[in-house]
Design a protein around this ligand. Structure first.
Ligand code: SF4
Ligand code: SF4
Length: 249
């Protein structure tokens, strides 16, 4: 199943297609675009940013995020809490992005958008890229051209895409109930296991989670050391907790 709002066929780009774009300081628009926008935060975005800022995930969420519930999936949706009357990104400094090495997926992808989804018959992922409308962006007038694949590598997107697609696998899980709604208790589970992962680590280590889910000792050791391993465990846990296999409910 694909996410809705796919771009028209003529606008779709595959990984081998080329597009023109370059962003640099000499453009008059430099630093003007990190404001007045809805900037989504995926679980992996938050993992990277809270680590770069040396914050507990709870503090990061409190300070920098906005929370709402997606009316279609019932899943929590997080975005950056823009500040001030003009809605400036809190990570924008005079010299540009202060979290550049760990900036979120949407900032890395720009000027591209990406739709992806999982096939209902299995876990096969499909994807489509497209150029976003960016009327005030001087970068789209530049002649430097690259393939989508080159852009993905250049912007350090592979781990983001991998982790974001795991999240998408939950959103479009074949065992999603007919109404598509998650109740408050399920939404809390998603918040902890995907977004507030330092809290999830405490939950795993202090509440007998390992015994209940029969985790190997090596798995527990890995999640103590690695946020990525912990997030992967969170996705697996949620798949079981939200979409139990038929017969085990
Ligand atoms: S995170 Fe960085 S690149 Fe993204 S909008 Fe904020 S300042 Fe701009
Ligand atoms: S508007 Fe476009 S070219 Fe200008 S700084 Fe932002 S991304 Fe770069």
């Amino acid at each position: 199943m694909f996410l809705d709002r796919l771009p028209p066929v003529g606008k779709r780009l595959a990984r081998g297609d080329t597009f023109s774009f370059a962003c640099h300081r000499s453009l008059s628009c430099f630093n003007s675009c990190c404001r007045n926008k809805h900037l989504p935060l995926t679980p992996y975005d938050i993992l990277r940013m809270k680590k770069a800022l040396k914050l507990h995930s709870d503090d990061f969420l409190e300070k920098y995020s906005l929370y709402r519930v997606d009316p279609n999936s019932g899943f929590p949706v997080l975005s950056v809490n823009m500040v001030g009357e003009t809605g400036v990104c809190p990570f924008l400094g005079p010299e540009g992005c202060t979290v550049y090495d760990d900036r979120p997926t949407a900032c890395r992808l720009f000027p591209l958008g990406r739709c992806s989804g999982v096939n209902l018959r299995g876990a096969v992922l499909e994807e489509v890229f497209y150029l976003l409308d960016a009327p005030n962006c001087g970068g789209v007038e530049e002649q430097e051209s690259q393939t989508v694949e080159e852009w993905i590598d250049d912007q350090g997107l592979p781990p983001y895409i991998r982790m974001n697609d795991r999240m998408l696998g939950l959103l479009f899980h074949p065992r999603t109930n007919a109404s598509g709604d998650l109740d408050c208790h399920q939404q809390q589970k998603v918040m902890v296991a995907c977004y507030n992962i330092d809290l999830f680590r405490e939950f795993v280590l202090k509440t007998g989670f390992g015994e209940r889910f029969r985790l190997e000792r090596e798995t527990v050791e890995r999640v103590m050391e690695s946020d990525e391993a912990l997030l992967n465990l969170g996705f697996s846990y949620l798949e079981q907790a939200l979409f139990p296999a038929r017969g085990s409910e």
